[in-house]
Ligand binder design. Structure first.
Ligand code: AMP
Length: 166
């Protein structure tokens, strides 16, 4: 049994009032190899061609998972970072909107989508939509932490893999 939660710091009112921020940096520092192995262990890699990581903590986790499993890595970035040709998806945040972007993908492939924390699920839903529009079929969702009291991702019909659930 892993004891990852002992290395997660809960920081109240960051980055704004009312949010309890889950700081994963102590866990990455102390147990990085185990974290990556654990996140990889529940996924059926025979169904996966590439790993898609969401900027920026999804890059740290997703790139290491891709390397461990010998898969390619595709970055999904915040607006304005990737050169054309790009495909974009806007989504609504608590205040205003945000945009995720990817380089246009030509060849259909199956992917696992990786981020650090699943909170309300707005980011992940937009990321899933963007993948599907970009010929990338999402087979599984992989997070380090699922704040499952904040989202209804069970209804999405896709497996959500997360070693830490709150
Ligand atoms: P959401 O779209 O609400 O699911 O938020 C997901 C994104 O916001 C992820 O990329 C997380 O990195 C970040 N995030 C949201 N809530 C938290 C939290 N309580 N602690 C740490 N990161 C969070």
């Amino acid at each position: 049994m892993h004891t990852f939660e002992t290395h997660i710091r809960s920081v109240p009112d960051f980055p704004k009032q009312g949010i309890i921020f889950k700081d994963i940096t102590p866990l990455l520092q102390e147990r990085f190899t185990e974290v990556i192995e654990t996140m990889c262990s529940t996924i059926d890699w025979s169904q996966i061609d590439h790993v898609v990581g969401i900027e920026s903590r999804g890059f740290i986790l997703g790139a290491a998972m891709a390397q461990l499993k010998g898969k390619g890595f595709i970055p999904m970035r915040k607006k304005g970072k990737l050169p054309p040709p790009i495909i974009a998806e806007a989504y609504v945040l608590e205040y205003g909107t945000d945009i995720l972007e990817m380089i246009v993908n030509e060849k259909s492939a199956r992917v696992v989508l990786v981020d650090d924390v699943l909170a309300t699920g707005g980011t992940l839903r937009a990321a899933m939509k963007l993948c599907e529009r970009n010929k990338l079929e999402v087979q599984a969702l992989s997070l380090l932490i699922n704040l499952s009291f904040l989202n209804k991702f069970k209804e999405e019909g896709l497996p959500v893999h997360a070693p830490l659930n709150y």
